[in-house]
Design a protein around this ligand. Sequence first.
Ligand code: UDP
Ligand code: MG
Length: 322
Amino acid sequence: MLSVIIPAYNEEKMIAKAAAEVGRVLAGADIAYELVFVNDGSKDGTWEEIEKAAAKDAHVTALCFSRNFGKEAAMLAGLASASGGCCAVMDCDLQHPPATLVEMYRLWEQGYEVIEGVKRSRGRESVLHRASAGLFYRIISKAAKIDMSRASDFKLLDRRAVDALLAMPERNTFFRALSSWIGFRTTSVEFDVQERTEGESKWTTWSLTKYAIKNIVSFSTVPMQFVTVAGFFVLLLAVVLGIQSLVKYFSGHAVEGFTTVILLLLIIGSFIMISLGIIGYYIAKIYEEVKGRPRYLISKRIDNGRECNDGKCNSEECNRDH
Ligand code: UDP
Ligand code: MG
C-alpha cells in the first residue's frame, strides 16, 4: 500500500480538492493507497475539512497537531503514522502533480527505495526569491555533498528508508537533504511545479531566510570554520601592521596612526562579535537538541473513520495504543 502524506497548514480550500484529485489518480492507476493528512495547527477550517473528507472517503486518515510545528515536523509525524509499504510526501496545494506519484510508484515496484521528485521548472517566482534559493542550495549542496539545486520535498520512500529516517534522533531535521543522506537505491523523477490554485504560499522572505540558516547549520559546521579563517586573516594583518609599527617605532615616527587604531578596533571587534554570534547559534541548536523535546504534539487523530483524542482516549472502539 502507498501512504501519501499531506501536510496542511491553513489549506481549507485545498483539502477536498487534494483528497479527490490524488484519490482519483491513484485509484485510476489501480494502486492501493491511504491519504495521511497532517493538520499543522491551522487557524482556519482545515481540520473540519479533513473531518469531512475522512467521513466521505475511507482512505483518509489524519493527525491534528496541538499547534503549528512546521512542515518538517508535519512530514515526520505523517511518516510515523503511515502504515504503507512505501510512503510519499506531497504538498496540499497540488503544486506537486499527483500523476507523478504514479510514476514514482512504478519505480518503487521496480525496486527503487528512494524516489526523489526533482523540479524541472520552479514555477513562477520573483527574481530575488530565485536568486536567494539558488544561493541557499549551493551552500547546502556543498554541506550535504549532494546536488540539491532542484530538490523538493516531493518524494516516495520505501518502508526501510522511512524507518531509517524515523530512527534519527535529531530534532532539527531537513527532510529534503536527509532523504538523500540515508542513501539506499535512489532514483529521481522530474516534475513541473504547478501553479497554486487556492490560498497562498505560507512562506515569507523572513521565514525562508530563517529556514535556510537553520538548515545550513543543521547540516554543516562550515560557518564555524569561518571563525578560524577570519582569525588567520586578522593574524596576517597583525603581522604586517606589527612589522610596520615596529619599523616606525625604531625609526622615530611612532606617534601617528590613530586612524589605523580605530579602524583595527572596529574591524576586529566586528569579527569577534560575528564569530561569537555564529558559535552562539550552534550552542543554541545544541541546547535545543539536548532538551530533547518532542518534535510535535498530536491533539487528535482520525483512524478508520473514527476520531479520537490522543492520549485521552478510553473508547473501546479505538484500536490504538495510547
Ligand atoms: N505547510 C505546513 N506547515 C507550515 C507551512 C506549510 O504543513 O508551517 C504545508 C502547506 O500546507 C503545504 C506545504 O507545506 O502543503 C507547502 O507549503 P507552501 O505551498 O506554502 O510552500 P511553497 O509551495 O510556497 O514552497
Ligand atoms: Mg506550495
